[in-house]
Design a protein around this ligand. Structure first.
Ligand SMILES: [Zn+2]
Length: 154
């Protein structure tokens, strides 16, 4: 979908904000009725909070924005496949659909290690599309970790 690419670019913009803070560059936006209503990026180091992944930050902002914990008609775009914590928060928030960029072989719970989002044993399922702007999303992370290793060497 053309729109998926457009919104993923906005999620990448959020990831770049994380990078400016020397945080692992992961960004997310939440779309409701063709409009970005909330965004978030990883600030785990800055905040020293375990919960401050991009998706959780974006969900908290969306809750404030629409004044409800239910995000039933919303789509979440995130540059990296959600981890178990974020996939859990996504199911709890009843988000309709998740679109991610790069798969995460170490924590991905939207189809890589497991598919928590579409498991029919839960009371809500969230649709998943992966691999949107995957190359760009992966490159952000690869460059970040390469730079980090180089800085550590010096
Ligand atoms: Zn997460």
């Amino acid at each position: 979908m053309a729109d998926d690419v457009t919104y993923m670019r906005e999620a990448i913009g959020q990831a770049e904000k994380a990078q400016e803070l020397n945080e692992v560059p992961i960004g997310a936006v939440i779309v409701y009725q063709d409009e970005v209503i909330a965004s978030g990026f990883n600030v785990r180091e800055t905040s020293q909070t375990t919960l401050s992944h991009a998706e959780v930050m974006a969900i908290a902002n969306a809750n404030r924005q629409i004044g409800s914990w239910r995000l039933e008609e919303c789509t979440l775009y995130v540059t990296l496949e959600p981890c178990p914590m974020c996939a859990g928060a996504i199911v709890q928030s009843r988000i309709k659909r998740v679109v991610f960029g790069a798969p995460d072989p170490k924590a991905g719970c939207a189809g890589t290690l497991m598919n928590l989002l579409e498991d029919e044993r839960f009371n809500h399922q969230t649709g998943v599309s992966g691999g949107v702007l995957q190359a760009e999303c992966s490159a952000l992370l690869t460059h970040f970790f390469r730079d980090l290793r180089e800085r550590k060497k010096k």
